[in-house]
Write a protein that binds this ligand. Structure first.
Ligand code: SAH
Ligand code: TYD
Length: 409
């Protein structure tokens, strides 16, 4: 029976359209000796708000369960993403930050992958980052970091200490924060009247078009569209003035908000709103159909992995992503189907994946004894990974992908 909840943006009714069942924290990689009786689980389900059309999780996981000293996601782990953030930083420097003594704030600066460029350019900046371990890595790069969760109160303190900002930026962070009203009121208060808030997050349009259901996990609370973003911005005196589609992380949109009435919205905003209408992104039937496709991928993937096991093939996974927790826990994929998962992140190696407990090993272990098949959990980094793992292909190895459908390459 689909449940209902109260929208975190407008307070209207949210109606559930897909239930992923019992799920662990997607970034909780425990040591093998952990008492797994104490592993945290919650019900992961998504719904659509009948009022503002925001797609969101039905249940909220406490923020400090997810973002803490040992948060193991390091943004600099991908060379492609390092370049992506450096390019964004250079663009901001040439545009919004080109005036006298500019000030830029980043929410969720993580290991400083973007703000490092600001620090090196001598630009006044501040990263707001609650996860202590990654914040320390940013600080070691010369980035000025404040270890806290961003909200209206934090914004007021920053404005009092540093003055107002010319630009505020957030990548893959805003969609993590359920208390959106407080965050956007804070952004509005911290921005100069001429300033902008630029943020990029996974796009619901791409998630639906590609059935990339693994973008749905504890940390991703909201799934934005131009329409829902426009509505949430309006409630805090902000206006959606530009959008740009990005190919990173399987398809994102970079949104630009400005204080209402300060800038003329670009044609790209109207165009994306039109496309969303055509794609039916706010229609319950579109989202119910998405759910049916998720069930097909689940059945096809478990069917393939069971067949390969029966044939005696060696199968491992590649990339211990947060996203993959949704896949392994929805499909019931544990070490009996996928022997290990390789990942470059030291904070994940020697541990096991959340919920289904697949051991995380180093890329060297992967290379020491190539499997017959590698299930690509980090499919959003496919080009980068396949380019550096050509020896695996040369040894006869094949990749298994499950977005937009289950296929072997
Ligand atoms: N911007 C980086 C990191 C994304 S991961 C990138 O795109 O790769 C999300 C980050 O947001 C984490 O580092 C997490 O600690 C941080 N975060 C979560 N809640 C936050 C909040 N309320 N304010 C600021 N940062 C937050
Ligand atoms: P990512 O897909 O960026 O995000 P999320 O965890 O939010 O789903 O995670 C990529 C993971 O894959 C990360 O743990 C680092 C790892 N990785 C590798 O092991 N090798 C690589 O070449 C790349 C690009 C990533």
């Amino acid at each position: 029976m689909p449940t209902t909840s109260k929208c975190r943006i407008c307070g209207d009714q949210v109606t559930e359209f897909f239930d992923f069942g019992r799920q662990p924290l997607s970034d909780a990689f425990h040591k093998p000796e952990f008492d797994f009786g104490k592993e945290f689980f919650f019900r992961l389900a998504v719904g659509l708000c009948e009022g503002c059309t925001m797609v969101q999780l039905m249940e909220e996981v406490p923020q400090d369960h997810m973002f803490h000293e040992d948060y193991p996601y390091f943004s600099s782990g991908s060379a492609y993403m390092r370049e992506h953030f450096e390019n964004l930083a250079k663009r901001l420097l040439a545009t919004e930050l080109a005036g006298d003594d500019p000030f830029v704030v980043e929410l969720g600066c993580n290991d400083g992958v973007m703000l490092k460029v600001m620090a090196e350019s001598g630009v006044r900046h501040l990263g707001v980052e609650p996860s202590g371990g990654v914040a320390d890595v940013a600080a070691a790069k010369g980035v000025r970091v404040r270890k806290s969760f961003f909200d209206e109160a934090t914004a007021g303190e920053i404005a009092a200490e540093d003055g107002r900002a010319d630009a505020i930026y957030a990548a893959n962070t805003l969609c993590h924060i359920p208390y959106m009203g407080s965050v956007l009121n804070g952004v509005r208060a911290l921005l100069k009247p001429t300033g902008v808030f630029v943020f990029e997050d996974p796009y619901l349009g791409d998630i639906v078009a590609r059935t990339s259901f693994d973008q749905i996990y504890d940390e991703h609370f909201f799934f934005f569209t131009a329409r829902s973003v426009s509505e949430m911005a309006r409630r805090s005196g902000l206006e959606l003035v530009d959008v740009e589609r990005l190919t990173v992380h399987g398809g994102e949109v970079r949104y630009t908000l400005a204080p209402a009435g300060q800038r003329t919205p670009s044609e790209a905003v109207a165009e994306l709103l039109r496309r969303e209408e055509e794609a039916g992104l706010a229609d319950p039937s579109t989202l119910v159909a998405f759910g049916r496709k998720v069930e097909k991928i689940r059945d096809d993937l478990t069917g393939l992995l069971r067949r390969l096991k029966d044939e005696g093939k060696k199968v491992v996974a590649y990339g211990a992503t947060a996203k993959s927790a949704t896949v392994t826990n929805l499909c019931g994929i544990g070490p009996e189907l996928v022997a290990s998962v390789c990942d470059t992140t030291p904070a994940k190696q020697g541990r096991v994946t959340p919920g289904t407990h697949i051991p995380v090993v180093t890329p060297e272990t992967f290379a020491a004894d190539y499997p017959d098949y590698a299930l690509l959990f980090a499919w959003n980094h496919a080009d980068e990974i396949m380019a550096k793992e050509q020896a695996f292909r040369a040894a006869g190895g094949k990749w298994i992908l499950y977005v937009p459908d289950v296929h072997v390459v």
